[in-house]
Design a protein around this ligand. Structure first.
Ligand code: GEM
Ligand code: ZN
Length: 384
Protein backbone atom coordinates (compact mmCIF):
# COMPACT_ATOMS: atom_id res chain seq x y z
CA UNK A 1 0.00 0.00 0.00
CA UNK A 2 1.71 3.23 -1.13
CA UNK A 3 2.22 5.76 1.68
CA UNK A 4 0.51 8.98 0.72
CA UNK A 5 2.92 11.91 0.55
CA UNK A 6 2.46 13.76 3.84
CA UNK A 7 2.37 17.37 2.73
CA UNK A 8 0.07 17.42 -0.25
CA UNK A 9 -3.60 18.37 0.03
CA UNK A 10 -5.98 15.45 0.26
CA UNK A 11 -9.64 16.13 -0.45
CA UNK A 12 -12.46 13.71 0.31
CA UNK A 13 -16.27 13.70 0.19
CA UNK A 14 -16.99 10.03 0.89
CA UNK A 15 -19.24 10.67 3.90
CA UNK A 16 -22.83 11.62 4.78
CA UNK A 17 -23.91 14.57 2.55
CA UNK A 18 -20.44 14.83 1.01
CA UNK A 19 -20.24 16.48 -2.41
CA UNK A 20 -17.13 17.53 -4.31
CA UNK A 21 -15.15 16.32 -7.34
CA UNK A 22 -11.36 16.83 -7.33
CA UNK A 23 -9.97 18.11 -10.62
CA UNK A 24 -6.44 18.83 -9.41
CA UNK A 25 -5.21 19.03 -5.82
CA UNK A 26 -1.44 19.04 -6.22
CA UNK A 27 -0.94 22.76 -5.59
CA UNK A 28 -2.34 24.10 -2.28
CA UNK A 29 -2.49 27.57 -3.82
CA UNK A 30 -4.81 26.37 -6.58
CA UNK A 31 -6.87 23.32 -5.66
CA UNK A 32 -9.34 22.82 -8.51
CA UNK A 33 -12.70 21.35 -7.57
CA UNK A 34 -16.19 20.92 -9.03
CA UNK A 35 -19.57 20.41 -7.36
CA UNK A 36 -21.30 17.21 -8.51
CA UNK A 37 -24.84 17.35 -9.94
CA UNK A 38 -27.75 15.92 -8.03
CA UNK A 39 -28.30 12.39 -9.41
CA UNK A 40 -30.13 12.44 -12.78
CA UNK A 41 -30.58 16.19 -12.45
CA UNK A 42 -29.26 19.49 -13.75
CA UNK A 43 -29.34 20.96 -10.24
CA UNK A 44 -26.19 21.42 -8.17
CA UNK A 45 -24.97 23.91 -5.55
CA UNK A 46 -24.56 22.01 -2.26
CA UNK A 47 -20.94 21.22 -1.46
CA UNK A 48 -19.39 19.50 1.58
CA UNK A 49 -15.87 18.07 1.68
CA UNK A 50 -12.79 17.57 3.84
CA UNK A 51 -9.25 18.92 3.28
CA UNK A 52 -6.33 17.18 5.00
CA UNK A 53 -2.78 18.48 4.78
CA UNK A 54 0.01 18.48 7.35
CA UNK A 55 1.49 21.50 5.60
CA UNK A 56 -0.69 24.24 7.08
CA UNK A 57 0.16 26.77 4.42
CA UNK A 58 -2.45 29.01 2.85
CA UNK A 59 -4.82 26.95 0.72
CA UNK A 60 -7.02 28.31 -2.07
CA UNK A 61 -9.85 26.01 -3.08
CA UNK A 62 -11.35 26.92 -6.45
CA UNK A 63 -14.80 25.52 -7.30
CA UNK A 64 -14.53 26.05 -11.02
CA UNK A 65 -18.13 25.15 -12.02
CA UNK A 66 -19.79 27.53 -9.54
CA UNK A 67 -20.84 29.79 -12.42
CA UNK A 68 -23.33 27.22 -13.69
CA UNK A 69 -24.80 26.24 -10.32
CA UNK A 70 -28.57 26.32 -9.81
CA UNK A 71 -28.76 29.80 -8.24
CA UNK A 72 -25.58 31.69 -9.12
CA UNK A 73 -26.88 34.86 -7.45
CA UNK A 74 -26.41 32.84 -4.31
CA UNK A 75 -22.63 33.26 -4.63
CA UNK A 76 -22.79 37.08 -4.49
CA UNK A 77 -21.57 38.23 -1.04
CA UNK A 78 -21.55 34.57 0.05
CA UNK A 79 -19.00 33.14 2.48
CA UNK A 80 -18.48 29.37 2.77
CA UNK A 81 -18.53 27.68 6.19
CA UNK A 82 -15.71 25.60 7.66
CA UNK A 83 -15.17 23.45 10.76
CA UNK A 84 -12.35 21.59 12.47
CA UNK A 85 -14.58 19.60 14.86
CA UNK A 86 -17.72 19.26 12.62
CA UNK A 87 -19.77 20.94 15.35
CA UNK A 88 -18.64 24.56 15.38
CA UNK A 89 -18.81 26.13 11.92
CA UNK A 90 -17.42 29.55 10.96
CA UNK A 91 -17.39 31.64 7.81
CA UNK A 92 -14.21 31.71 5.70
CA UNK A 93 -12.99 34.24 3.11
CA UNK A 94 -14.74 33.46 -0.18
CA UNK A 95 -14.67 35.24 -3.54
CA UNK A 96 -16.82 34.72 -6.65
CA UNK A 97 -15.70 36.00 -10.07
CA UNK A 98 -18.72 34.88 -12.06
CA UNK A 99 -17.31 31.43 -12.81
CA UNK A 100 -15.18 30.23 -9.92
CA UNK A 101 -15.92 30.31 -6.22
CA UNK A 102 -12.60 30.68 -4.37
CA UNK A 103 -12.26 29.76 -0.70
CA UNK A 104 -9.03 30.74 1.08
CA UNK A 105 -7.82 29.43 4.44
CA UNK A 106 -4.59 28.78 6.30
CA UNK A 107 -5.75 25.82 8.41
CA UNK A 108 -5.08 25.74 12.16
CA UNK A 109 -5.28 21.94 12.16
CA UNK A 110 -4.42 19.20 9.66
CA UNK A 111 -8.07 18.42 8.81
CA UNK A 112 -10.80 20.93 8.02
CA UNK A 113 -14.30 20.51 6.59
CA UNK A 114 -15.92 22.96 4.18
CA UNK A 115 -19.64 23.18 3.29
CA UNK A 116 -22.26 25.36 1.65
CA UNK A 117 -24.10 25.59 5.01
CA UNK A 118 -23.80 23.83 8.37
CA UNK A 119 -24.55 20.17 7.53
CA UNK A 120 -27.30 18.19 9.25
CA UNK A 121 -26.32 14.51 9.17
CA UNK A 122 -28.59 11.51 8.81
CA UNK A 123 -27.27 10.27 12.18
CA UNK A 124 -28.29 13.56 13.80
CA UNK A 125 -31.70 13.15 12.11
CA UNK A 126 -32.03 9.70 13.68
CA UNK A 127 -31.04 11.10 17.08
CA UNK A 128 -33.60 13.91 16.68
CA UNK A 129 -36.59 11.67 15.95
CA UNK A 130 -35.67 8.97 18.47
CA UNK A 131 -35.03 11.43 21.29
CA UNK A 132 -38.38 13.03 20.47
CA UNK A 133 -40.21 9.70 20.76
CA UNK A 134 -39.05 9.41 24.39
CA UNK A 135 -41.51 12.19 25.21
CA UNK A 136 -44.90 10.91 26.40
CA UNK A 137 -46.62 13.36 24.04
CA UNK A 138 -44.69 12.21 20.96
CA UNK A 139 -45.24 9.21 18.69
CA UNK A 140 -42.71 8.32 15.94
CA UNK A 141 -44.48 6.99 12.85
CA UNK A 142 -42.88 5.42 9.75
CA UNK A 143 -45.03 6.32 6.74
CA UNK A 144 -43.09 4.18 4.28
CA UNK A 145 -39.74 4.22 2.55
CA UNK A 146 -37.77 6.30 0.07
CA UNK A 147 -36.31 5.07 -3.22
CA UNK A 148 -33.02 4.29 -1.45
CA UNK A 149 -34.96 2.43 1.28
CA UNK A 150 -34.76 4.97 4.10
CA UNK A 151 -37.67 5.56 6.48
CA UNK A 152 -40.02 8.44 5.85
CA UNK A 153 -40.50 9.46 9.48
CA UNK A 154 -43.22 11.61 10.97
CA UNK A 155 -43.58 12.78 14.57
CA UNK A 156 -47.10 13.14 15.97
CA UNK A 157 -47.05 15.41 19.00
CA UNK A 158 -50.13 15.75 21.19
CA UNK A 159 -53.44 13.97 21.31
CA UNK A 160 -56.27 14.56 18.87
CA UNK A 161 -59.51 15.74 20.40
CA UNK A 162 -62.69 17.69 19.82
CA UNK A 163 -61.90 21.12 18.43
CA UNK A 164 -58.12 20.60 18.41
CA UNK A 165 -56.37 21.99 15.36
CA UNK A 166 -54.04 19.88 13.16
CA UNK A 167 -50.78 21.73 12.47
CA UNK A 168 -48.31 20.22 9.98
CA UNK A 169 -44.66 21.08 9.45
CA UNK A 170 -42.46 19.59 6.71
CA UNK A 171 -38.76 20.33 6.17
CA UNK A 172 -35.92 19.65 3.72
CA UNK A 173 -37.91 18.77 0.63
CA UNK A 174 -34.75 20.38 -0.75
CA UNK A 175 -32.02 18.42 1.04
CA UNK A 176 -29.23 20.97 0.67
CA UNK A 177 -31.33 23.46 2.63
CA UNK A 178 -30.04 22.04 5.91
CA UNK A 179 -31.12 25.11 7.90
CA UNK A 180 -34.63 23.66 7.60
CA UNK A 181 -33.83 20.70 9.85
CA UNK A 182 -31.93 22.92 12.32
CA UNK A 183 -35.15 24.98 12.46
CA UNK A 184 -37.21 21.86 13.18
CA UNK A 185 -34.76 20.84 15.91
CA UNK A 186 -35.40 24.16 17.66
CA UNK A 187 -39.14 23.94 17.10
CA UNK A 188 -39.34 20.43 18.59
CA UNK A 189 -36.99 21.33 21.45
CA UNK A 190 -39.50 23.95 22.56
CA UNK A 191 -42.70 22.05 21.70
CA UNK A 192 -41.56 19.12 23.86
CA UNK A 193 -40.39 21.33 26.74
CA UNK A 194 -42.82 20.60 29.57
CA UNK A 195 -41.79 23.82 31.32
CA UNK A 196 -42.62 26.03 28.33
CA UNK A 197 -45.97 27.77 28.75
CA UNK A 198 -46.61 28.50 25.07
CA UNK A 199 -45.81 24.89 24.16
CA UNK A 200 -48.04 23.49 26.90
CA UNK A 201 -50.90 25.82 25.96
CA UNK A 202 -50.46 24.92 22.28
CA UNK A 203 -50.70 21.20 22.99
CA UNK A 204 -54.04 21.82 24.67
CA UNK A 205 -55.23 23.44 21.43
CA UNK A 206 -53.52 21.51 18.65
CA UNK A 207 -51.90 18.30 17.49
CA UNK A 208 -48.66 18.60 15.54
CA UNK A 209 -47.54 16.42 12.63
CA UNK A 210 -43.86 17.07 11.89
CA UNK A 211 -41.73 15.58 9.10
CA UNK A 212 -38.20 16.78 9.99
CA UNK A 213 -36.66 15.50 6.77
CA UNK A 214 -38.82 15.01 3.68
CA UNK A 215 -35.79 13.94 1.61
CA UNK A 216 -33.34 11.72 3.53
CA UNK A 217 -31.95 10.19 0.34
CA UNK A 218 -31.05 13.54 -1.20
CA UNK A 219 -29.64 14.63 2.17
CA UNK A 220 -27.32 11.64 2.45
CA UNK A 221 -26.34 11.87 -1.22
CA UNK A 222 -25.24 15.49 -0.90
CA UNK A 223 -27.93 16.81 -3.24
CA UNK A 224 -29.10 20.41 -3.39
CA UNK A 225 -32.68 20.02 -4.53
CA UNK A 226 -33.81 16.52 -5.52
CA UNK A 227 -34.43 13.00 -4.27
CA UNK A 228 -32.53 9.86 -5.33
CA UNK A 229 -34.27 9.90 -8.73
CA UNK A 230 -33.45 13.55 -9.43
CA UNK A 231 -37.02 14.67 -8.69
CA UNK A 232 -37.72 18.10 -7.12
CA UNK A 233 -40.21 17.09 -4.44
CA UNK A 234 -41.60 20.63 -4.24
CA UNK A 235 -43.03 20.23 -7.73
CA UNK A 236 -44.74 16.87 -7.02
CA UNK A 237 -47.66 17.80 -4.75
CA UNK A 238 -50.39 17.80 -7.41
CA UNK A 239 -49.68 14.29 -8.71
CA UNK A 240 -47.00 12.45 -6.69
CA UNK A 241 -46.12 8.83 -7.40
CA UNK A 242 -44.59 5.97 -5.45
CA UNK A 243 -42.24 5.44 -8.40
CA UNK A 244 -40.81 8.99 -8.52
CA UNK A 245 -41.79 10.83 -5.34
CA UNK A 246 -42.80 8.39 -2.57
CA UNK A 247 -41.77 10.99 0.00
CA UNK A 248 -44.52 13.37 -1.12
CA UNK A 249 -47.02 10.61 -1.95
CA UNK A 250 -46.90 9.14 1.57
CA UNK A 251 -46.96 12.43 3.52
CA UNK A 252 -49.76 13.78 1.32
CA UNK A 253 -51.74 10.55 1.86
CA UNK A 254 -51.53 11.10 5.63
CA UNK A 255 -52.64 14.72 5.26
CA UNK A 256 -55.70 13.60 3.29
CA UNK A 257 -56.52 10.99 5.93
CA UNK A 258 -55.99 13.25 8.96
CA UNK A 259 -56.73 16.78 7.71
CA UNK A 260 -54.73 20.01 7.90
CA UNK A 261 -55.59 23.28 9.67
CA UNK A 262 -52.19 24.95 9.24
CA UNK A 263 -49.11 24.05 7.19
CA UNK A 264 -45.52 25.29 7.25
CA UNK A 265 -42.95 24.02 4.73
CA UNK A 266 -39.41 24.89 5.84
CA UNK A 267 -36.76 25.82 3.26
CA UNK A 268 -33.60 27.82 2.67
CA UNK A 269 -32.93 30.42 -0.01
CA UNK A 270 -29.62 30.73 -1.83
CA UNK A 271 -29.84 34.39 -2.86
CA UNK A 272 -31.90 36.58 -0.51
CA UNK A 273 -30.08 37.49 2.72
CA UNK A 274 -33.26 37.55 4.81
CA UNK A 275 -35.83 35.34 6.52
CA UNK A 276 -39.15 35.57 4.73
CA UNK A 277 -42.27 33.59 3.81
CA UNK A 278 -43.95 32.63 0.55
CA UNK A 279 -47.69 32.10 0.82
CA UNK A 280 -50.43 30.74 -1.42
CA UNK A 281 -51.96 34.09 -2.45
CA UNK A 282 -52.28 32.83 -6.03
CA UNK A 283 -54.58 29.94 -5.12
CA UNK A 284 -58.02 29.98 -6.82
CA UNK A 285 -59.81 29.80 -3.47
CA UNK A 286 -57.67 32.36 -1.63
CA UNK A 287 -59.98 34.89 0.08
CA UNK A 288 -59.66 38.20 1.93
CA UNK A 289 -60.20 36.23 5.12
CA UNK A 290 -57.24 33.98 4.25
CA UNK A 291 -55.16 37.08 3.60
CA UNK A 292 -56.14 38.64 6.93
CA UNK A 293 -55.06 35.53 8.86
CA UNK A 294 -51.84 35.32 6.86
CA UNK A 295 -51.09 38.97 7.57
CA UNK A 296 -51.72 38.43 11.27
CA UNK A 297 -49.27 35.50 11.34
CA UNK A 298 -46.60 37.59 9.62
CA UNK A 299 -47.16 40.62 11.84
CA UNK A 300 -47.00 38.49 14.97
CA UNK A 301 -43.72 36.96 13.79
CA UNK A 302 -42.32 40.42 13.02
CA UNK A 303 -43.26 41.49 16.57
CA UNK A 304 -41.64 38.37 18.06
CA UNK A 305 -38.26 38.57 16.34
CA UNK A 306 -36.17 41.04 14.31
CA UNK A 307 -34.83 38.00 12.44
CA UNK A 308 -38.03 38.01 10.37
CA UNK A 309 -39.24 40.58 7.84
CA UNK A 310 -41.96 40.79 5.21
CA UNK A 311 -40.66 43.47 2.87
CA UNK A 312 -38.36 41.31 0.76
CA UNK A 313 -39.18 37.87 -0.62
CA UNK A 314 -40.49 36.10 -3.71
CA UNK A 315 -42.94 37.89 -6.01
CA UNK A 316 -46.49 36.98 -5.05
CA UNK A 317 -48.43 34.94 -7.63
CA UNK A 318 -51.29 36.74 -9.36
CA UNK A 319 -54.77 35.55 -8.29
CA UNK A 320 -55.45 32.10 -9.69
CA UNK A 321 -51.86 31.74 -10.96
CA UNK A 322 -50.36 29.69 -8.10
CA UNK A 323 -48.39 26.62 -9.15
CA UNK A 324 -50.45 23.75 -7.65
CA UNK A 325 -47.48 21.37 -7.69
CA UNK A 326 -45.81 23.37 -4.89
CA UNK A 327 -46.49 22.05 -1.37
CA UNK A 328 -47.68 25.31 0.19
CA UNK A 329 -50.03 25.99 -2.72
CA UNK A 330 -51.47 22.48 -2.94
CA UNK A 331 -52.00 22.14 0.84
CA UNK A 332 -53.43 25.66 1.13
CA UNK A 333 -55.94 24.98 -1.66
CA UNK A 334 -56.77 21.37 -0.74
CA UNK A 335 -57.45 22.15 2.92
CA UNK A 336 -58.37 25.83 2.62
CA UNK A 337 -55.91 26.57 5.43
CA UNK A 338 -53.12 28.92 6.46
CA UNK A 339 -50.08 27.65 4.53
CA UNK A 340 -46.61 29.14 4.24
CA UNK A 341 -43.18 28.30 2.87
CA UNK A 342 -40.67 29.62 5.41
CA UNK A 343 -37.32 30.63 3.87
CA UNK A 344 -34.04 31.14 5.73
CA UNK A 345 -30.84 32.46 4.09
CA UNK A 346 -27.67 30.56 3.17
CA UNK A 347 -25.89 33.89 3.61
CA UNK A 348 -27.00 36.03 6.59
CA UNK A 349 -29.93 38.13 7.77
CA UNK A 350 -28.71 41.48 6.47
CA UNK A 351 -31.03 43.28 8.91
CA UNK A 352 -29.05 41.79 11.80
CA UNK A 353 -25.74 40.52 10.35
CA UNK A 354 -23.25 38.39 12.29
CA UNK A 355 -20.04 38.50 10.28
CA UNK A 356 -18.34 35.59 12.05
CA UNK A 357 -21.03 32.96 11.46
CA UNK A 358 -23.62 34.58 9.18
CA UNK A 359 -26.97 32.76 9.27
CA UNK A 360 -26.24 29.60 11.19
CA UNK A 361 -27.49 26.36 12.73
CA UNK A 362 -28.00 28.14 16.06
CA UNK A 363 -29.98 31.04 14.54
CA UNK A 364 -32.11 28.55 12.56
CA UNK A 365 -32.78 26.63 15.79
CA UNK A 366 -33.80 29.84 17.60
CA UNK A 367 -36.00 30.94 14.68
CA UNK A 368 -37.83 27.60 14.92
CA UNK A 369 -38.55 28.38 18.56
CA UNK A 370 -39.87 31.83 17.65
CA UNK A 371 -42.20 30.42 14.99
CA UNK A 372 -43.78 28.26 17.69
CA UNK A 373 -44.74 31.49 19.47
CA UNK A 374 -46.30 32.82 16.28
CA UNK A 375 -48.37 29.65 15.89
CA UNK A 376 -49.54 30.08 19.50
CA UNK A 377 -50.80 33.58 18.66
CA UNK A 378 -52.93 32.45 15.69
CA UNK A 379 -53.97 28.89 16.62
CA UNK A 380 -57.38 29.96 17.95
CA UNK A 381 -58.15 31.73 14.67
CA UNK A 382 -57.48 28.73 12.43
CA UNK A 383 -60.90 27.71 11.04
CA UNK A 384 -62.51 30.52 13.05
C1 GEM B 1 -39.44 27.57 -3.39
S1 GEM B 1 -41.09 27.89 -3.02
C2 GEM B 1 -41.90 27.88 -4.50
C3 GEM B 1 -42.00 29.26 -5.03
N1 GEM B 1 -43.02 29.89 -4.29
C4 GEM B 1 -43.39 31.14 -4.52
N2 GEM B 1 -44.46 31.61 -3.89
N3 GEM B 1 -42.69 31.88 -5.37
C5 GEM B 1 -39.32 26.51 -4.49
O1 GEM B 1 -39.64 25.35 -4.26
O2 GEM B 1 -38.91 26.90 -5.61
C6 GEM B 1 -38.86 27.10 -2.12
C7 GEM B 1 -37.41 26.85 -2.18
O3 GEM B 1 -36.89 26.40 -3.22
O4 GEM B 1 -36.77 27.07 -1.15
ZN1 ZN C 1 -36.32 24.88 -0.96
Amino acid sequence: MPILAQNTPKISDNFDSGNIRVINATNPENIELEIKHDNDSEFYQWFHFKLHNTDRCQHTLNITNAGKAAYVEGWENYQAVASYDREHWFRVPTQYDGNTLSITLTPEYDSVYFAYFCPYSYERHQDLIHNAQLDIDCQLQILGHTLDGRDISMLKIGEEGEGKKKVWLTARQHPGETMAEWFIEGFLDRLLDEDDGAARALLNKAVFYVVPNMNPDGSYRGHLRTNAAGINLNREWLKPSMEKSPEVFLVREQMLAIGVDMFLDIHGDEALPYNFVAGCEGNPSYTDKDEALANKFKQVLINITPEFQDDIGYDKDEPGQANPTVATNWVGEQFNCLAYTIEMPFKDNDLLPDHSVGWSDVRSHLFGRDVLSAIYHVVDELRA
